[in-house]
Design a protein around this ligand. Structure first.
Ligand code: GCO
Ligand code: MN
Ligand code: MN
Ligand code: MN
Length: 390
């Protein structure tokens, strides 16, 4: 029952399973993984699709002929193994040319090159079926605050996203953009640090309806934030276009741990939120296997991400179906009938009459201050569902 199936819509970045374990202190520990093999293995494990950066598939210096051969082999693999490409993105961080950023780099040639590279990568993604295009501004930030005017940097980012939206429209592409926030790493500080920063920025764009967010568990945890709340705000705004699932041990470097391997309780509430919200986009994993792992460990990692998601989904379902939980939630949310009806009027909107009614009302603040909320009991029930003993 926890075995992943295509309808679960699990996807992995080609870069995730192909991660070779290089870190700032040590070299690669695993051989290069061919994208065709990733497609095959992930499909066998029950994934629905794969996503990629342009250069995960086509090397930076490939000739047009090489590109065409790689793309056609890859298309054949997608077809052979019944896999889709729902999302694509651009690598604007690996090549030394992007060491000062891409769309916000101070060098105008770098900014122009970044637009060119992204347009070509969009063409590639769309050719392979992508309907979501992710922008993670890997190096869009600073090490020294002296290096850039932060206000100008935001304007440059806006120019780029506006231009690329028009590019997608002009070409008749059925594509939405998902912006991925991260507070730092590899730069000391990255612009658009959190989901909230990104949401505010989106509404300043020429085509806000085309642009949403791609939040990542690890990235919000790096800022010490509540990921569930950030995702909820994106959902409520109709802006959750994609999601990067992984895990993270608190505010430190981005660890990209196997989904649900650390913050089990928050991931339980995250899965519950996603499942109950009607989010029907990909459940995408942006994580990688521990550096200690060999090839088998990589597939153990991938299977574990999906299996844990399905386990948490089942636990969330049981929690919501538990009569004692339902009873307790009903009790907690009950209250004065007049006040309930006033508040439903508040939801509908302001009226002078309602304002006067509220101003004249009397409230028993002492009684309100004395009530207990039974959250200890409720939380314990959640914990016991997670433990699997309810
Ligand atoms: C990171 C990011 C990336 C992006 C990827 C897709 O911290 O490295 O999370 O993995 O998600 O570039 O845009
Ligand atoms: Mn990340
Ligand atoms: Mn990460
Ligand atoms: Mn990510």
């Amino acid at each position: 029952q926890y075995t992943p199936r295509k309808e679960d819509k699990f996807t992995f970045g080609l870069w995730t399973v192909a991660n070779q374990g290089r870190d700032p202190f040590g070299d690669v520990v695993r051989p290069v993984l061919n994208p065709v093999r990733s497609v095959q293995k992930l499909s066998e494990l029950g994934a629905w699709g794969v996503n990629f950066h342009d250069n995960d598939l086509v090397p930076f210096d490939a000739t047009p002929a090489e590109r065409d051969r790689i793309v056609s082999d890859f298309k054949k693999a997608l077809n052979d193994y019944g896999m889709v490409v729902p999302m694509a993105t651009t690598n604007l961080f690996f090549h030394p040319a992007f060491k000062d950023g891409a769309f916000t780099a101070v060098d105008p040639s770098v900014r122009a090159f970044a637009l060119q590279k992204t347009m070509r990568a969009i063409d590639l993604g769309v050719e392979l079926g992508a309907q979501t295009y992710v922008f993670w501004g890997g190096r869009e930030g600073v090490d020294s605050e002296a290096s850039k005017d932060p206000v100008e940097a935001l304007k440059r980012m806006r120019d780029a996203i506006n231009f690329l939206c028009e590019y997608a429209i002009d070409n008749g592409y059925n594509l939405r953009f998902a912006l991925e926030p991260k507070p730092n790493e590899p730069r000391s500080d990255t612009y658009f640090a959190t989901i909230g920063h990104m949401l505010a920025f989106i509404y300043t764009l020429d085509h806000p309806e085309m642009v949403g967010v791609n939040p990542e568990v690890a990235h919000e945890h790096m800022s010490g934030l509540n990921f569930v709340h950030g995702v909820a705000q994106a959902i409520e705004a109709g802006k959750l276009f994609h999601i990067d699932l992984n895990d993270q041990k608190g505010p430190r470097f981005d660890q990209d741990l196997r989904f649900g391997s650390e913050n089990i309780k928050s991931m339980f509430f995250l899965v519950r939120l996603l499942e109950n919200s009607g989010y029907d986009g990909p459940r995408h994993f942006d994580a990688h296997a521990y550096r200690t792992e060999d090839d088998q460990g990589v597939w153990d990692f991938a299977a574990g991400c999906m299996r844990t998601y399905n386990i948490l989904r089942e636990k969330a379902r049981r929690f919501d179906a538990d009569p004692e939980v339902q009873q307790l939630l009903a009790t907690i949310n009950a209250g004065n009938a007049d006040h309930i009806s006033w508040l439903s009027e508040v939801r509908k909107g302001y009226s002078k009459e309602l304002a006067n009614k509220l101003k004249e009302a009397t409230f028993d603040a002492t009684a309100l201050g004395q009530r207990g909320y039974q959250y200890e009991k409720l939380d314990q029930m959640a914990v016991e569902h997670i433990f699997g003993i309810r």
